[in-house]
Write a protein that binds this ligand. Sequence first.
Ligand code: S3P
Length: 166
Amino acid sequence: MSAPLIVLVGPMGVGKSTVGLLLAERLGVGYRDTDEDIVAEQGRSIADIFVDEGEPFFRTLEKEAVRRAVAEHRGVLALGGGAVLDEDTRALLAGHQVVYLSMDVEEAVRRTGLNVARPLLAVNPRRQWRELMEARRHLYEEVATAVVATDGRTPEEVGRAALDAL
Ligand code: S3P
C-alpha cells in the first residue's frame, strides 16, 4: 500500500467535510469526499438517489466510490456516515489513519434538526438517531485509529484535536 490516507468517519452532520477541508489545508494535501464523488458521477443528489433507487442501490455505489477513492487518492478522505456498514469497506481502511469524529445523540439532533434532505432521518429524528448510533458506534470504533469527540466544539477545535491525534 502507498502512503496512508487520513480517513474521516462518523455520523452525518458531525462535520467530516468541514473538518476534512481544514485538515487538508493545514497539511497541504488534497481533500476528497465519497458522497461528492457519487453526486458528481450520478448527476443527482444523495436524497434523490435514495428516493429513486432505494438505499441498497446507494450502498452499492458507495462501496465502489470508497474503493476507487482509497485506490486513487492521497491526503484526506471523508466517507459518508454509513460507509462503515460494509465489511469490505471496513477491511479496506486497515493501515490508514482513520479518525472517528463522534457526537452524542442530543448533539446530533441539535445539529441536524428536522433536515429532510437527509433521507435516513425524515420521520423521527431523535429515535432514528438513537438507533443509528447504536447500530454504528461499534463499527466506527472498529475502524478508528483515533477518536475525536466533537460535542460543543467548533470545527477549528475539532481540526486541531484531530491533528494532535494523528
Ligand atoms: C448516510 C450519510 C450521508 C450520505 C447518505 C447516508 C448515512 O453522508 O452518505 O445520506 O447512512 O449515515 P454524510 O455522513 O456525509 O452526511
